[in-house]
Design a protein around this ligand. Structure first.
Ligand SMILES: NC(=O)c1ccc[n+]([C@@H]2O[C@H](COP(=O)([O-])OP(=O)(O)OC[C@H]3O[C@@H](n4cnc5c(N)ncnc54)[C@H](OP(=O)(O)O)[C@@H]3O)[C@@H](O)[C@H]2O)c1
Length: 256
């Protein structure tokens, strides 16, 4: 049976100080099973609010190098040895216009936050999860991607590519559950000043959270809704069988 969030004992959520990460962290903490929830972010005032809501709060900037990421993960495992799920929602979105000026530093930062930090967290949590799984405790790794991983948006090309990279990583690793939201109410677009325009189309955070939690409770491989679900079913789902086939072939190949 697919691992369900209903069996999770301790869930670490990055990006927990606003938007989707915050809503999911609060919803997970309110599950009947009452798992411990650890909310991670940079903004101290928001972390304080999480603490007041009964969530453990840890300050950490995921835009960092490998050594400090490893230090953070080791510290979390030591402090919360029960961690059996990570939900990786920290992310940023920047507009890039290739026909105008391109800021490569900004592109590298977006890639580091949206992709490299996810790869590094998975890498450093993996030995802990493997030993838990060997002892019979199923673990869940749930990176948040986006419908734009399936259909890239021309105004946020690097963001779309970063989410496509996370998506590709997930389907290749297969053991993972991942979350791909449509346009959802959050603070993601505040930096670019497009929040007002997008608020006319986005899915309200409460409606989205309910659907996402239900998917995590069922143990869906891909927790998707709205436009992201349509795009996933049309363009990505057919890949699943092919990836399994390739995995079988590579297992045969590596035995040789
Ligand atoms: N909203 C949507 O329409 C939508 C659609 C598809 C996918 N998504 C994805 O959903 C996830 C959450 O986004 P959101 O829409 O909820 O946006 P949001 O409200 O802006 O939340 C982003 C979160 O990421 C954290 N974060 C950003 N940079 C960080 C850093 N360097 N270190 C640590 N934490 C950092 C922020 O915390 P601090 O600022 O406190 O550090 C905040 O908690 C993202 O991965 C986003 O790409 C969103």
């Amino acid at each position: 049976m697919a691992p369900s969030i209903n069996n999770a004992k301790c869930v670490l959520v990055t990006g927990a100080t606003s938007g989707i990460g915050r809503a999911l962290a609060l919803a997970i903490a309110a599950l009947p099973s009452h798992p411990t929830v650890i909310g991670v972010g940079r903004r101290k005032d928001r972390l304080r609010e999480l603490k007041e809501a009964g969530i453990e709060a840890e300050e950490f900037d995921v835009n960092t190098d490998r050594a400090s990421m490893k230090g953070f993960v080791d510290e979390m495992i030591k402090k919360y040895p029960e961690i059996d799920m990570i939900l990786l929602a920290a992310g940023i979105q920047r507009e890039v216009h290739f026909k105008k000026e391109v800021n490569l530093d900004s592109i590298a930062t977006e890639l580091n936050i949206n992709y490299m930090s996810v790869v590094a967290m998975i890498t450093f949590f993996m030995p802990h999860f493997l030993s838990k799984a060997a002892a019979g405790q199923p673990c869940i790794i749930a990176p948040v991607t986006s419908g734009l991983a399936y259909i890239p948006a021309p105004w946020v090309v690097n963001y779309s590519a970063s989410k496509a990279a996370v998506h590709s990583l997930c389907i290749a690793l297969r053991a993972l559950s991942k979350i791909s939201p449509p346009l959802v109410e959050s603070e993601l677009h505040d930096v670019e000043g497009t929040t007002d325009a997008l608020s006319k189309f986005w899915v309200p955070i409460d409606a989205y959270t309910k659907e996402a939690i239900e998917g995590l409770q069922r143990g869906d491989d891909v927790v998707s809704s709205g436009f992201a679900k349509v795009a996933y079913e049309k363009f990505e789902k057919p890949k699943d069988g092919m990836v399994s086939e390739m995995a079988k072939r590579s297992a045969t190949h590596s035995k040789k």
